[in-house]
Design a binder for this molecule. Structure first.
Ligand SMILES: O=C(O)CCC(=O)C(=O)O
Length: 344
């Protein structure tokens, strides 16, 4: 009896592996599946735990809490030229890091034409089959690549998501290595984001009670990779996640969502939606920020930072959703990412 179930388990592992390989070899990601007109999602995408969670939600009585937009929205106006405003901003960032591990920034210096074009550029890329096929790869030593699920062969359930990934710092790719459909905006957005990253690192240093340049001086902002996710519409959104629950490996990540949104954070054991706010950027701390013993040993055990667990379920919208987000990492860590460790 036990042997039969072991055999079945092995058979299902082999089947899953074959399905993953077949999917990978299409080089057209989840978007390719959707374009082929499927009405049910393939089994590799089914996330049993999420399915159970959704079932429970459907069985809940009306009135259960489902939505709360609690993460702080911090206005960066005056951050560089008004010391009083800066003090206030630093205080708010410190509180947000301790309570949420997440905050949104507005008036951050990257204007709407740039953020809008970045979202459009990522969407253009994912909707251009030729551009995608040219750079589909699982060779993580490349600076620019596109694929579906970086951890495709390791994860328990495949996510309903395709990703363009560009390592933009410390050494950016040659312009011609970037897809033509989003090349200019990728370069412009990344250079503006490096500047904003510097400001955020300064503010976080100050919020931790360190001198302004501390985190920069130890190299936290040297490396930056920019991901452009695409979440195609999904015929069975209660069975699969766009991005499974995780924390980010880098130092901090800055998420630009489109107007459909979909990002959720785990706060006090509840999943909360981060509703999109046009032009706002969502900042979340990564695992490296949690390693204060390496970053700033003098702070232990003074500060407690929240573990910023987050995920992206698939919404019911018939449209696809798009995200762009740079993660700041020390330059050496960036190399490790590229050697194939999991970016999510
Ligand atoms: O798309 C999102 O909002 C979440 C994706 C994410 O957290 C990630 O790729 O690290």
């Amino acid at each position: 009896m036990a042997e039969i179930s072991l055999e079945r388990a092995q058979e299902s592992i082999v089947n899953r592996r074959q399905e993953l390989k077949a999917f990978d070899e299409t080089k057209s990601g989840v978007k390719g599946l959707v374009d082929s007109g499927l009405s049910k999602i393939p089994t590799i995408f089914i996330d049993e735990q999420y399915k159970l969670e959704r079932n429970n939600v459907h069985n809940q009585k009306p009135g259960s809490p489902t939505n709360n937009d609690g993460i702080p929205i911090i206005n960066l106006t005056g951050v560089d030229d008004d010391p009083n405003l800066r003090r206030e901003i630093v205080k708010k960032i410190g509180e947000a890091c301790e309570k949420w591990g997440f905050f949104q920034v507005i008036n951050h210096g990257i204007l709407l034409p740039t953020t809008d074009e970045m979202i459009n550029g990522v969407r253009r890329f994912h909707e251009d089959d030729e551009a995608k096929k040219e750079i589909y790869s699982r060779d993580y030593s490349k600076k620019v690549y596109y694929n579906s699920n970086i951890d495709l062969y390791k994860a328990e359930a495949t996510n309903w998501r395709d990703t363009l990934c560009c390592v933009m710092a410390p050494r950016h790719p040659l312009p011609q290595e970037l897809p033509a459909v989003c090349r200019d905006i990728m370069i412009e957005y990344s250079s503006k984001m490096m500047k904003l990253g510097q400001t955020l690192l300064e503010l976080m240093s100050e919020a931790l009670g360190l001198n302004r340049s501390y985190l920069e001086d130890i190299g936290c902002g040297e490396g930056m990779f920019v991901k452009g996710h695409y979440y195609p519409s999904c015929p069975e959104p209660d069975l699969t996640l766009g991005t499974s629950s995780h924390t980010d490996t880098g130092f901090c990540t800055v998420v630009l969502q489109d107007e459909i949104g979909g990002l959720q954070i785990l706060h006090q054991n509840q999943w909360l939606d981060i509703n999109p706010f046009h032009g706002a950027l969502v900042v979340n701390l990564g695992d490296m920020m949690q390693c204060r013993s390496n970053l700033a040993p003098q702070l232990l055990p003074r500060t407690t930072l929240v573990d910023p667990v987050h995920r992206a379920p698939r919404c019911r919208e018939s449209r696809s959703t798009t995200r762009a987000f740079p993660t700041f990492v020390p330059a050496t860590a960036n190399n490790q990412q590229r050697k194939g460790s999991q970016i999510e």
